[in-house]
Design a protein around this ligand. Structure first.
Ligand SMILES: [Fe+2]
Ligand SMILES: [Fe+2]
Length: 206
């Protein structure tokens, strides 16, 4: 348990403070930088900050869930998804820098909160734990879809990243469903939506 905690703490520090690495090429890397007005650039940077923040939360959630899950297969699936979330983290981080924006100042807070939620979800057993994962990913998918409506049409470099993330999140949800995710009660889904709305609203500005 102590080993896991030390590894977990190390992961937390790296997620929040270090630059993430990507194995896959960054989506849209070969596309040219778009002509953006100052306002469009600010909007795109803010939306990508929200997405980056979401990926910080995803990392923490999965870490919390993997830490507490007793099933090796589920642990591996969670760690596999977390690996792709690290890539999402790297892609959004780079795009924020390209747009001249900055990451959320509250990332340590988001990380801590999500870690606690992940650990809590895992205490309800594997079905609920996976159900929580699946529902999170479905909500993220819907959220990314809404960003595709809001991002400037010509900002193809941001759009490609969001598109690929959306594809990956759908795959994460499907993995969780295959492994036996339980459909969560509507009240839980609503509470999850409310808390992610709070996060996305705040991260848009801070
Ligand atoms: Fe992600
Ligand atoms: Fe995901």
């Amino acid at each position: 348990m102590l080993d896991h905690l030390i590894i977990g703490f190390d992961k937390a520090l790296r997620t929040v403070f270090a630059n993430a690495q990507t194995v896959r090429p960054v989506p849209g890397d070969s596309l040219p930088e778009a002509e953006l007005s100052e306002e469009e650039r600010r909007l795109a940077a803010s939306l990508m900050r929200v997405n980056h923040c979401g990926e910080i939360c995803a990392q923490a959630l999965y870490q919390g869930q993997a830490l507490m899950s007793k099933d090796e297969g589920i642990k591996r699936a969670l760690e596999g998804a977390a690996q792709e979330e690290t890539e999402h983290l790297a892609w959004t981080e780079r795009r924020i820098a390209e747009l001249g924006g900055r990451k959320s100042l509250l990332n340590p807070l988001w990380y801590g909160g999500s870690l606690a939620i992940g650990m809590l979800a895992a205490r309800f057993g594997d079905g609920i734990n996976l159900g929580f994962l699946a529902e999170t990913e479905r909500q993220v998918e819907a959220h990314l879809k809404s960003h595709l409506d809001r991002l400037p049409e010509q900002d193809v470099r941001s759009r490609e990243i969001v598109e690929q993330m959306k594809t990956d999140e759908v795959a994460h949800a499907e993995t969780a469903e295959r492994l036996g995710a339980v459909d969560l009660p509507a009240s839980v889904k609503t509470a999850m939506k409310a808390s992610s709305k709070l996060m996305t609203r705040v991260a848009y500005w801070v």
